[in-house]
Ligand binder design. Structure first.
Ligand SMILES: O=C(O)[C@H](O)COP(=O)(O)O
Length: 332
């Protein structure tokens, strides 16, 4: 049975290609960005579907408010941790994402941040703007011959490995699911975490935030690393314990850190603020997927899946990003 999506509420800044494609297929689109939760609860009743990135939280409260009308929540991106998938399933709301649509962009930002930790381009560039010429202050280290540990060998982790290997880095990695052969194909030596800690010069995380990955990099694991190890998080806030990194930066156990994601966004806690302001930290405001190419890709992929769920075009038949098949079964 087709879902018959007629009216879509776009809650976060999604590329216009999504709207164009939906409208070409007879679906009305309304943009209401950054609604406070009470207004979102009022609005959601008037729509068959909503589209979000990571800013808008589709909580149990929002889903209860939309019960009876809301049928789909599309995530123009990968992580669905801002959507209460269990509550959505309970209300027969299909949750879908765009797997892989922004992987290359997230991967490239990771590689750029690794580079920015090796060569202090951020503070050096700032010093030039302030009129200084401090060549001695901003010396760096080569990446060539260093060891990069990739924790989480999904799409993004593997793409990072492939690129950084071409820079002459040794790539080691950990993932409980990826096989040794799959890792090898991306040039990665698959090891256990306990083997990884003392070998890594750089550690980058590419896992979802789940109980098993919360504080994966902690005071305990940092203590097992080489002195001066550098850490990068373009995945989710909370995978790297911020207080542990702050302490390790102060003791010299950690030689630098790059964060694109934070436990709370925008950050409010004193720990996160201290970390962002640390001279050895490069921080960016959740920009992993913020490229022209990725935003068109995820926008189009969401729209295509909505059209496929409506069953109105032979061109679009795949809804590969559906997370809760149980909710979809309700309509089939
Ligand atoms: O999960 C994702 O896809 C990324 O974190 C990007 O999030 P964004 O769409 O809010 O930029």
């Amino acid at each position: 049975m087709p879902l018959n999506i007629k009216n879509v509420l776009v809650c976060d800044a999604v590329d216009k290609s999504c709207v164009e494609l939906l409208e070409e297929h007879g679906i009305n689109v309304t943009y209401k960005l950054k609604l406070p939760v009470d207004e979102l609860c009022k609005e959601v009743k008037n729509f068959d579907a909503a589209i979000v990135r990571s800013d808008t939280k589709i909580t149990a409260e929002v889903l209860a408010a939309g019960a009876g009308s809301l049928k789909v929540v599309g995530r123009a991106g990968a992580g669905v941790d801002n959507i209460d998938v269990a509550a959505a399933t309970a209300h027969n709301v299909v949750v879908l994402n765009t797997p892989g649509g922004n992987s290359i962009s997230a991967c490239e930002l990771t590689c750029i941040l690794i580079g920015a930790l090796a060569r202090p381009v951020v503070p050096a560039g700032q010093s030039m703007k302030e009129g200084r010429w401090d060549r001695k202050l901003y010396s760096g280290t080569e990446l060539y011959g260093k060891t990069l540990a990739v924790l989480g060998l999904g799409r993004i982790g593997r793409e990072v490995a492939i690129r950084m290997k071409t820079w002459g880095m040794r790539i080691i990695g950990y993932d409980p699911i990826t096989t040794e052969a799959e890792a090898k194909a991306a040039g990665i030596e698959k090891l256990d975490l306990e083997q990884i800690w003392p070998l890594a010069d750089y550690i980058t995380v590419h896992t979802p935030l789940i109980p098993a990955t919360r504080n994966l990099i902690s005071t305990k694991s940092l203590a097992k690393c080489k002195q001066g190890v550098k850490v990068i998080n373009v995945a989710r806030g909370g995978i790297i314990d911020e207080q542990a990194v702050l302490d390790a930066l102060q003791s010299g156990q950690c030689g630098g850190a790059a964060f694109d994601v934070f436990p709370e966004e925008p950050p409010k806690s004193q720990v996160t603020k201290a970390l962002i302001n640390h001279p050895k930290v490069v921080a960016t405001p959740h920009l992993g997927a913020s490229t022209a190419e990725a935003q068109v890709r995820v926008a189009v992929e969401v729209a295509e899946q909505f059209i496929a769920l409506n069953g109105t075009s032979p061109k679009y038949t795949s809804y590969v990003g559906v997370i809760n098949k149980e909710a979809l079964a309700h309509y089939q």
